[in-house]
Write a protein that binds this ligand. Sequence first.
Ligand code: GDP
Length: 365
Amino acid sequence: MIRCIGCGVLIQTEDQNKIGYAPPAALEKEEVICQRCFRLKHYNEIQDVSLTDDDFLKILHGIGQSNALVVKIVDIFDFNGSWLPGLHRFVGRNNPILLVGNKVDLLPKSVKYNKLVQWMKASAKELGLQPLDVCLISAAKGIGIKKVMEAIEKHRSGKDVYVVGCTNVGKSTFINRLIKEATGKGSVITTSYFPGTTLDLIEIPLDDGAMLYDTPGIINQHQMAHYVDKKDLKKITPKREIHPKVYQVNEQQTLFFGGLARLDYVKGGRRSFVCYFSNELLIHRTKIEKADELYEKQKGDLLQPPRKSYAEEFPSLVAHSFTIKEPKTDIVFSGLGWVTCNEPGAHVVAHVPKGVNVLLRKSLI
Ligand code: GDP
């Protein structure tokens, strides 16, 4: 049995599209890395692999059988899209959970961490999770790492630790940080070997003989990331602090977010919409009555992503109608960004590709 030194998965050489694939020649090396980790490491490319729900449930079930601290990582920019539902049910009510919000570096500097932590606690509760504690970090920038390490030490009280999260939340970056902080070595996950266990986990020994386990990420199919190509994914994934764009909108106006999503403002008087998206995503305003025609003509050109090369195959947009009843509400386009509407009473229609989630939530900022 050979495991990938990057993600811990069992290596297979048969199916390129399945998790753990490595070309046969790679097996001759001392340290084997799966194709997915290889691409991520060398080309910064994200590759979809299918870890079946069954495999993932098996892993979670394994955690449920043990007495451990669960560290659950979410991407704060894509909170709902990166949420793993039903964690308590699978990992057992008794295992304490530490909720970690990653990528805080993307949020405007004006955001108060205390308020954000409160928001995360309230949102977690609504989603059926009662974490022991909530931490905010930027794994990439090294913000909050010491604090989260202290929290882990405090809450694990000698027990093992399992780190869980869906793909792309920054779990590997986080674990590499932990190792770096703890050992002074950089990027150990993709450069050295930790023997795995039977559950596709990477084991990292802790000081007192307990283990920290990195579990594979599960893919959330409702995120925009699965509908765009790699080049466009780079465009819609924010790299640095987001600068919100404020639009004063009139009734019957529409905002296009590239060609990926659209928000029709149907009724509710002149008001402002605050848009939180990657700074590189172009927002285009038009009238609702012209929107369909514009989209037909300009998808892949003025309205992109999607780029022209796959604009034709891009799934058609589906309309979701909402009436905003609460003040300070976010209209969330899963994995793409959100629009904050400060006053209640707006009637809007959000359009997203078939399969992508759109939802309302209490404003994050
Ligand atoms: P994993 O799939 O959960 O292991 O995620 P990775 O660690 O591979 O990270 C996924 C993507 O998120 C990469 O493009 C990282 O550069 C990025 N990323 C990770 N941590 C942070 C962070 O703290 N801030 C920002 N802005 N990006 C991050």
